[in-house]
Write a protein that binds this ligand. Structure first.
Ligand SMILES: NC(=O)c1ccc[n+]([C@@H]2O[C@H](COP(=O)([O-])OP(=O)(O)OC[C@H]3O[C@@H](n4cnc5c(N)ncnc54)[C@H](OP(=O)(O)O)[C@@H]3O)[C@@H](O)[C@H]2O)c1
Length: 244
C-alpha cells in the first residue's frame, strides 16, 4: 500500500485492537483513528484516537457509529476488525457435540461473522471516497480454515470464523466489481496474549505467545505490503497465505 495520509477505524479495542490503534497513531500519515467498544470509557479520546460505541450484535448500533464517523470525516482509508468472541460469561468453546447450544452458536455467529460484514455495509460509502488505496482487514483465525482443521472442537468459533472468511471473499469480489480501490483480507494474528486467549494459553510455548504489540507490528507490516493482487485472501501474521 502507498503511504499517504489516512483515517482509520479499529472495531474492537481489545488487546490487539488497542495495540494496533496505538501503532497506527504513531504513523506521521495518520490523521485520526476511531476505536470502538461496547462501552467506551469516560476518558475516551486521547490525541488522534477517539472512542465510539459499537455493538456488533445490533445493526442499529453499527449504523449509528458510522453515521457519527461520517459527520466528522469525508472518507476512511483503513478498517481493521479486531473484535471477536471465543468465550464470554458462561459461553465456552465446545469440546464435543453434546456441548452445543443454539443460543451460544448464534451469539458467536453474530459477533464473529455477521457483525463484521455489517460493518463493511455501513463503512462502504466512506471507503468509496478513500484517498487512494484503502484496506478492510478482518482478524479471523487459523482455526477458521476448513482445510487446516485436524483437531476438531470449538464448533461455534470455528464455524463463525469460516463464515467470516467466506464473507471476506465475497466482499472482495463485490468491491472489485464496483471498482473500489479497497484491499479486503482475512488475517490470522497468531496466538496472542489477550483476554480472548487467556484460558487457553497453558499449552502454548512462551516463545509462541505473542504480545499484542508484537502482533500489531506484524499485522501492520503485512498490511503495508499488500496490493490489489492480494484482495480476497487469508494471510497469517508472518505473511504466509492460509488455505480457506
Ligand atoms: N488472541 C489470540 O490468540 C487470537 C488468535 C487468533 C485470532 N484472534 C482474533 O483476533 C481478534 C482480536 O482478539 P484479541 O485477542 O485482541 O481479543 P480481546 O482482547 O478479547 O478483544 C476482543 C474485542 O472484541 C470486542 N467484542 C466482543 N464482542 C463484541 C460485540 N458484541 N460487539 C462489539 N465488539 C465486541 C471486545 O469489545 P469490548 O472492548 O467492548 O469488550 C474487544 O474489543 C479476534 O477476532 C480474535 O478472534 C485472536
Amino acid at each position: 500500500m502507498t503511504t499517504s495520509n489516512f483515517r482509520a477505524v479499529v472495531i474492537g479495542g481489545g488487546a490487539i485492537g488497542t495495540a494496533l490503534a496505538d501503532q497506527l497513531a504513531n504513523d506521521k500519515h495518520c490523521e485520526g483513528i476511531v476505536v470502538t467498544h461496547r462501552t467506551p470509557s469516560k476518558q475516551s479520546s486521547t490525541g488522534k484516537i477517539t472512542q465510539l460505541e459499537l455493538n456488533l450484535e445490533s445493526e442499529a448500533s453499527i449504523e449509528s457509529c458510522f453515521a457519527s464517523i461520517a459527520q466528522q470525516w469525508p472518507c476512511i482509508e483503513k478498517i481493521y476488525i479486531c473484535s471477536g468472541m471465543l468465550h464470554e460469561g458462561v459461553i465456552r468453546p465446545e469440546k464435543s457435540l453434546t456441548q452445543l447450544t443454539s443460543a451460544h452458536m448464534t451469539h458467536s455467529w453474530l459477533v464473529n461473522a455477521v457483525g463484521p460484514l455489517l460493518v463493511a455495509k455501513h463503512a462502504e460509502p466512506l471507503l468509496k471516497k478513500s484517498r487512494g488505496q484503502s484496506i478492510f482487514a478482518a482478524l479471523s483465525a487459523r482455526v477458521g480454515s476448513i482445510s487446516d482443521n485436524r483437531l476438531g472442537g470449538w464448533y461455534g468459533y470455528r464455524m463463525a470464523k469460516a463464515a467470516l472468511n467466506m464473507g471476506v471473499k465475497n466482499l472482495a469480489i463485490e468491491w472489485q466489481r464496483k471498482r473500489m480501490n479497497t484491499i479486503c483480507v482475512a488475517l490470522h494474528p497468531g496466538t496472542t496474549d489477550s483476554p480472548l486467549s487467556a484460558p487457553f494459553q497453558a499449552n502454548v510455548d512462551s516463545d509462541k505467545l505473542f504480545s499484542p504489540a508484537y502482533t500489531a507490528s506484524h499485522l501492520l507490516r503485512l498490511s503495508s505490503q499488500l496490493t490489489q493482487s492480494h484482495t480476497g485472501k487469508f494471510f497469517a501474521w508472518d505473511g504466509s497465505e492460509l488455505p480457506w
